[in-house]
Design a protein around this ligand. Structure first.
Ligand code: ZN
Length: 247
């Protein structure tokens, strides 16, 4: 089966629509790794699309903040302002959908959807120590999992753990990467709605869990129109400006 794995949409409707259209010919199912809202100006529209299109979806830390199930005084001031705005915008149906989402969800032959890490929605997997601890946790709690997909850092990457428990980052030199069924992987597709890897295009990936490949994709979308909607909504200016930089 081929899955489109999307994460960190953050209420960016044009980016989400571009990704869904790009993935349609390649994917039989859609999986969302959370942070559907926060930062950008179309939370309800993005929630509706994720609800309609993603058979598997989980909650992210910004989603939790927007429905009051998490404090967010640890967010940056701009992110806090965006959550305050989002909370005022959310419909009852949008809030109910966010409340219904699990923290993690297994899918397909041997995959797991998580937001920050398999251990915690809020954990950032930037560094080797945290990654190694996540592999230990996966082996102990979910030994059947080949691929754990995470979002949260907004940065596409792959880490692998060999049967000898050697953990390393995979150097991705072409968009398609073939996985080894004897290994375990932690894979981040990057962010649809607020990429931070220097490429402003909306990022996601396709998993083929029979051929055991992942294919990273980056889709251009109308950033200027997205920024205009943010200016109209009076969202913090730096949140709009960073979209053009992919930072
Ligand atoms: Zn996020």
């Amino acid at each position: 089966m081929k899955y489109a794995i999307i994460s960190d949409i953050h209420a960016n409707l044009a980016a989400l629509q571009a990704v869904l259209a790009d993935a349609q010919p390649h994917a039989e199912a859609f999986v969302c790794l959370g942070d559907i809202v926060g930062y950008n100006a179309n939370p309800n529209e993005c929630l509706q699309l994720v609800h309609d299109r993603c058979g598997v979806a989980i909650v992210g830390n910004h989603d939790q903040a927007a429905i009051g199930s998490r404090r967010y005084d640890d967010f940056t001031p701009d992110a806090q302002a965006a959550i305050n705005w989002t909370t005022q915008q959310l419909t009852g149906a949008g809030k109910a959908y966010l409340r219904s989402l699990p923290l993690t969800a297994p899918f397909g032959q041997c995959a797991l959807a998580a937001h920050g890490s398999p251990r915690h929605t809020d954990e950032y997997l930037h560094h080797a120590v945290a990654i190694a601890q996540s592999f230990v946790y996966l082996r102990r709690t979910r030994p059947e999992i080949l691929c754990c997909f995470v979002g949260h850092t907004h940065t596409p990457m792959i880490w692998q753990c060999t049967p000898e428990e050697v953990v390393s980052r995979v150097q991705v030199t072409s968009p398609r990467v073939t996985l080894d069924s004897a290994y375990c992987y932690i894979i981040n597709p990057g962010s649809v709605g607020q990429p931070r890897n220097g490429n402003p295009a909306a990022a996601y990936l396709i998993l083929d869990d029979e051929a055991l490949t992942v294919t990273f994709r980056a889709v251009p979308y109308d950033i200027l129109a997205t920024q205009d909607k943010m200016y109209d909504a009076m969202l913090p200016l730096p949140l709009a400006e960073r979209l053009a930089l992919g930072r």
